[in-house]
Ligand binder design. Structure first.
Ligand code: LIP
Length: 282
């Protein structure tokens, strides 16, 4: 019996590497920058080109599979996770970094079947770091095993988060209020790569104890969730319950002790679910 998910994961690695080549080449040329939900929510032709390449290849090799992609959803496709085998893709995670040449850009390819994440592939293409994880089979970076930090004292931790793309002053106040409370625990430091997928891979690699954010999307975190989990970490909602991939909220941590201590400091604010009816989205 062929291991179909392994075949799909192997293909995801090929697609991620090919997409990284496109991103690196695009950085050498003038790029056309467009806006989506606001003037700071950016997209480029490269985002769209990479997503179309991945969609076309997946449809050719796995014609019965479904697809959720950042730019397809932006173009009006529904963002509904069914039981069908589904590819959950962010073609360029860190688009703002890409536009500015800030060197953290990742291709993020997650895969779910029966609504359960089966594998994740994140290619940090300027670092040439291929992060991979298959459910139950461990997490790796360029073939080397990944293991989260064994730190249980948040006062000796690095915590990652992002400012996101919401510039509503009330939301920004909540983001800063959470960051202030976390920083003053105190912790050793706060970091943000500018891409959720890379932040999650850094948790999986033990470089940060946790990453949290409100406002991300399922395509930002699907692959990273498998990689963190298979590296021995935990995924939760910012309210402490289980991760809901469509909720736009995530905590990825090395262990429950750090996650539960961190969650006490996070001030939540509403964000429209990824799977909400299209006419209800901001
Ligand atoms: C980005 C996320 C990041 C978030 C940004 C943006 P994109 O994804 O990776 O965590 O803070 O606002 O959503 O848009 O670069 O694919």
């Amino acid at each position: 019996m062929p291991d179909l998910w392994q075949e799909a994961m192997d293909h995801a690695v090929v697609l991620a590497r090919k997409s990284g080549e496109i991103v690196r080449e695009a950085l050498q040329n003038e790029m056309k920058v467009m806006c989506k939900s606001s003037s700071v929510d950016l997209v480029t032709k490269t985002d769209q080109k990479v997503e179309q390449l991945i969609i076309a290849s997946v449809k050719d090799k796995f014609p019965t599979h479904s697809f959720i992609g950042e730019e397809s959803v932006a173009a009006g496709q529904p963002c509904i996770l069914s039981d069908n085998p589904t590819w959950i893709v962010d073609p360029v995670d860190g688009t703002t970094n890409f536009v500015h040449g800030y060197p953290f850009i990742a291709i993020s390819i997650g895969f779910a079947a029966d609504k359960q994440l089966e594998f994740g592939v994140v290619y940090s293409c300027l670092e040439d770091k291929m992060y991979t994880a298959r459910k139950g089979k461990g997490a790796f970076c360029n073939g080397q095993p990944l293991q989260v930090s064994d730190q249980t004292d948040i006062n000796q931790s690095i915590i990652a988060t992002e400012f996101g793309s919401n510039r509503d002053p009330e939301v920004v106040d909540k983001i800063f209020s959470s960051m202030r409370k976390v920083l003053c625990l105190p912790i050793h430091g706060m970091r943000g790569a500018g891409t959720a997928a890379t932040n999650m891979c850094l948790v999986a690699a033990g470089s940060a104890e946790a990453y949290y954010e409100i406002g991300i999307h399922c395509w930002d975190i699907a692959a990273g969730a498998v990689i963190v989990s298979e590296a021995g970490g935990v995924l939760m909602d910012v309210g402490g319950g289980p991760l809901d991939m469509m909720s736009r909220r995530v905590v990825a941590a090395n262990n429950k002790t750090i996650a539960q201590r961190l969650i006490k400091e996070i001030e939540a604010y509403p964000a429209t679910r990824d799977d909400a009816p299209i006419d209800s989205k901001e």
